[in-house]
Design a protein around this ligand. Structure first.
Ligand SMILES: CC(=O)N[C@H]1[C@@H](OP(=O)(O)OP(=O)(O)OC[C@H]2O[C@@H](n3ccc(=O)[nH]c3=O)[C@H](O)[C@@H]2O)O[C@H](CO)[C@@H](O)[C@@H]1O[C@H](C)C(=O)N[C@@H](C)C(=O)N[C@H](CCC(=O)O)C(=O)O
Ligand SMILES: Nc1ncnc2c1ncn2[C@@H]1O[C@H](COP(=O)(O)OP(=O)(O)OP(=O)(O)O)[C@@H](O)[C@H]1O
Ligand SMILES: N[C@H](CCC[C@H](N)C(=O)O)C(=O)O
Ligand SMILES: [Mg+2]
Length: 501
């Protein structure tokens, strides 16, 4: 609880109507969440303008409302007028919660792919060290293994500060969080400074939002400018960068000039501080040699694929930066189990492999298809689609990748959202058709109903084949135009295997 008058000192105000000597018990930008004593901040969003909900917020007992234009509220309502309500939210919210991020070690992972996986590996290593660890990301937010639901990979400013406050109050010492490019560009991490910042990779995605890869890279690079410059209360800061990625230099430039933030690189193909060589993997495990400071260590993990070696290196870098000993890191890695929906093997005793994976970008899809190819002599059958209301450019690219690296593709729906599923599929199919010309043995089908598409792939599979069901991973829903239904690729795959075989 904080006094409104005191609270308003941390931001720029144009004028105030009404009494400011009030206690604020909560902050929200959603009128549906207003309680007696809340501070309601009106945000103009992509769909609606929060100013239109000011009256409803006042009726529900909001102690005050922050607005940037005249609003229609009952007489006596305290209204704080500012030029930019988002800026006011970014100033007020961390201040209200006493900057909880300052009480914990903050580890951030950004990049197109591998954020969820890397943050979970980092959290696992730190937990093994006996720390109380918080995780924030696509699947959920966690305090150790206590799980809470989440709506965005990186939550909005208010939700994030509330989560961080709960974590700090619960005694969390380290937070391992995903920071999406949307979050960096929309400043959702306002009020948070990071101690260890990790860059995984940058490949085609979200160009509906960022428009160009340069803008997308610049958004990711912002993370490195958010590394704390306070070397006294928070020593030990680092930028951990994938040196094999063509955008590594953009990230390095963003760290440049931060005297207390050394950069550590990791790579497979290039020279780096942490380098993996002699990589071998099966569908369930990997082993590689880690070269660091002229010493070679053997690392075992339960993760398949070369891309997961990158995620493992990223996590090793972050853990070292947090002061964990390399031998402890290596023994923790041997125990880490893959995240839900990331190369998750479905086994109902069938004579072929079935994998559910969250690959929803061209690079992700190419990686899992190549990984599958390396672990079987059989055929690769892939079931996938693309999400609606997301980057359209990636659709034909993913189509072409499926035609290039699989034997049979079943093109289906992902989360169509407000779009026509058949239209999305037709855009994917454009890429499939184009590339299929170069692969005469390749065959594809279009089955818009995802359940039927999964059944079809399972029915077509023979011994030694691998069926890859890509795009939705851990998701337990499908977002359709008018409703969200329960849908879980893993359940559907199990059902189909039992019914078909
Ligand atoms: C484009 C975008 O990022 N949109 C986010 C934005 O929603 P919005 O601008 O559409 O909000 P809006 O519905 O117009 O509402 C405007 C305001 O009115 C308020 N309102 C609305 C209705 C009402 O009855 N009362 C009320 O007060 C809302 O609470 C809001 O404050 O603010 C919402 C609340 O913070 C977010 O959940 C929402 O993310 C949507 C769900 C989303 O899909 N975002 C994706 C693109 C995203 O951010 N993805 C990234 C990347 C993931 C990755 O790495 O691949 C992520 O971090 O999740
Ligand atoms: N380092 C990597 N490089 C390329 N592809 C990867 C990498 N790590 C994971 N993938 C692929 O991307 C998928 C998503 O992985 P993960 O959930 O870790 O990424 P993310 O960055 O958190 O994704 P999101 O943007 O949805 O939050 C995986 O299922 C896999 O197919
Ligand atoms: N964080 C990604 C997840 C995509 C998952 C895929 N199933 C889809 O719905 O497109 C996004 O919001 O673009
Ligand atoms: Mg994620």
């Amino acid at each position: 609880m904080k006094n409104l008058e005191k609270l308003l000192k941390c931001t720029d105000i144009n004028y105030i109507v009404g009494d400011t000597n009030k206690e604020i018990t909560d902050i929200t930008a959603d009128s549906r969440e207003v309680k007696e004593g809340s501070l309601f901040i009106c945000l103009d969003g992509a769909h609606v303008d929060g100013h239109n909900y000011a009256a409803s917020a006042a009726q529900k007992g909001a102690a005050a409302i922050v607005a940037s234009r005249e609003i229609d509220v009952p007489e006596g309502t305290t209204v704080v007028y500012v030029t930019d309500t988002r800026k006011a939210m970014e100033d007020i919210t961390p201040f209200y919660f006493d900057y909880p991020a300052r009480r914990m070690r903050m580890i951030a992972v950004t990049g197109t792919n591998g954020k969820t996986t890397s943050t979970h590996i980092i959290a696992h290593i730190l937990r093994k060290e006996g720390y109380k660890v918080g995780v924030i990301g696509t699947i959920h937010w966690l305090i150790n293994d206590e799980e809470h639901p989440i709506h965005n990979t990186t939550p909005d400013v208010i939700t994030l500060q509330k989560i961080l406050f709960q974590m700090a109050e619960a005694g969390v010492t380290h937070v391992s969080m995903e920071v999406s490019s949307h979050a960096l560009s929309l400043n959702r991490v306002a009020g948070v400074e990071f101690d260890t910042a990790v860059f995984t990779n940058l490949t085609e995605d979200h160009l509906d939002y960022h428009k160009t890869m340069e803008n997308y890279a610049a958004a990711k690079a912002r993370l490195f400018s958010l590394v704390s410059s306070d070397e006294h209360t928070k020593p030990l800061k680092s930028g951990i960068i994938n040196a094999d990625d063509p955008y590594a230099h953009v990230m390095k430039e963003a760290v440049h000039g931060k005297t207390f933030c050394p950069v550590f690189t990791y790579a497979i193909d290039h020279d780096a501080d942490l380098r993996a060589v002699n990589i071998h993997f099966s569908s369930r495990a990997s082993v590689f040699d880690l070269k660091m400071d002229g010493v070679t260590y053997t690392v075992h993990t339960n993760l398949a694929g070369r891309f997961n070696v990158y995620n493992t290196l990223a996590a090793i870098g972050a853990a070292l930066s947090e002061g964990v000993r390399i031998d402890h890191i290596i023994s923790a890695l041997a125990e880490f189990q893959a995240c839900p929906g990331r190369f998750e093997l479905i086994n109902e005793g069938q004579p072929f492999g079935v994998v559910v994976d969250y690959a929803h970008t061209p690079d992700g899809l190419e990686n899992i298809l190549k990984t599958a190819k390396e672990i079987t002599k059989g055929r690769i059958l892939v079931v996938f689609g693309c999400g609606g209301d997301r980057d359209r450019k990636k659709r034909p690219i993913m189509g072409a990748i499926a035609a290039k690296y699989s034997d049979i593709a079943i093109i289906t729906s992902d989360n169509p959202r407000s779009e026509d599923p058949n239209f999305i599929i037709s855009e994917v199919e454009d890429g499939v058709r184009q590339e299929a010309k170069n692969h005469p043995a390749f065959h594809y089908e279009v089955i818009a109903d995802r359940r039927q598409a999964i059944e079809r792939a399972i029915r077509l599979a023979e011994a030694e084949d691998i069926v890859l069901i890509a795009g939705k991973g851990h998701e337990t829903y499908q977002i359709l135009k008018d409703k969200t239904i329960h849908f879980d690729d893993r359940e559907e795959a199990r059902k189909a295997i039992r019914e078909c075989k």
